[in-house]
Design a protein around this ligand. Structure first.
Ligand code: SAM
Length: 243
């Protein structure tokens, strides 16, 4: 198995969910595996409590560190290479395509999903958890975030995508959004595919695509341009690289 995923959640029935369809679904059980653990199975009191009121007061409930630790300890790998342990939280570093590529190249991931107000903070240090956010908005639970992360990783596993090249030169790899795509018919509702893309001149096409990537990134994601220290010139091949 190339990539082994374990998800710790209060709602194991949500999995594999959408990951059972399309690319990820076809590869599930062949190139990657997914198992879930119910965090509630690690509660120790007779009410099977997993949460308690927040220290300092306030609304909501907090997932207990002792229960989370027991759940994590039940899956931590004894053998090398150890899988990274990730915790889904809006307080984490935003997930990037670079991190996804790293994870996909590794042995898999153990993913902890929160609910309510989230985790007792002490669990992060105690179990060396990497806090991961999937964006600047708040979901009701970490499960959809875990699915997003797994989908992004699994499609990069060798053999998952049909054409090996379709994972190359994608959005974010060079700090740029990908260039726009078109397909037949040439003219649709009065809009025509740019002439250069029909020219068969590969150098011109590569240059046009690079310019389009830069234009769209500046327009839609100026933060990406800044994060990557501005946009450099295209290499002679015209391939999108800005490293
Ligand atoms: N009180 C938390 C805060 O304001 O940061 C939000 C808790 S949220 C309602 C419950 C759980 O959903 C979190 O513990 C986390 O696992 C998950 N979650 C919510 N938004 C997320 C995001 N943007 N990325 C990753 N996980 C998220």
């Amino acid at each position: 198995m190339t990539f082994v995923a374990t998800v710790l959640t209060l709602y194991p029935e949500m999995f594999p969910g959408p990951l059972r369809t399309s690319l990820a679904g076809r590869a599930l059980g062949q190139l990657w595996s997914l198992d879930t653990r119910n965090i509630r199975d690690f509660a120790t009191d007779r009410h099977r409590s997993v949460d308690d009121t927040p220290a300092g007061g306030g609304a909501g409930m907090v997932l207990k560190a002792d229960v989370l630790a027991a759940a994590l300890d039940s899956v931590s790998d004894a053998d090398e290479p150890r899988r990274p342990m990730l915790a889904m939280t809006p307080r984490g570093a935003p997930l990037t395509q670079a991190r996804v590529r790293d994870l996909a190249a590794g042995p898999g991931a153990i993913i902890l999903c929160g609910r309510f107000e989230g985790f007792d903070e002490r669990i992060f240090e105690a179990r060396a958890l990497e806090p991961v956010s999937i964006g600047d908005y708040v979901l009701s639970g970490g499960e959809l975030g875990a699915m997003v992360l797994l989908d992004a990783c699994v499609r990069l596993l060798p053999g998952v995508m049909g054409a090996a090249s379709s994972g190359e030169e994608e959005s974010f790899d060079a700090g740029l959004l990908e260039y726009p795509h078109y397909t037949r018919p040439v003219t649709w509702e009065g809009r025509t595919i740019p002439e250069v893309l029909r020219s068969g001149d590969h150098a011109r096409i590569a240059a046009w695509r690079h310019e389009a990537s830069i234009r769209d990134t500046r327009l839609r994601r100026p933060d990406l341009t800044l994060r990557h220290g501005g946009v450099k010139q295209a290499p002679p091949s015209g391939a999108q690289r800005d490293e």
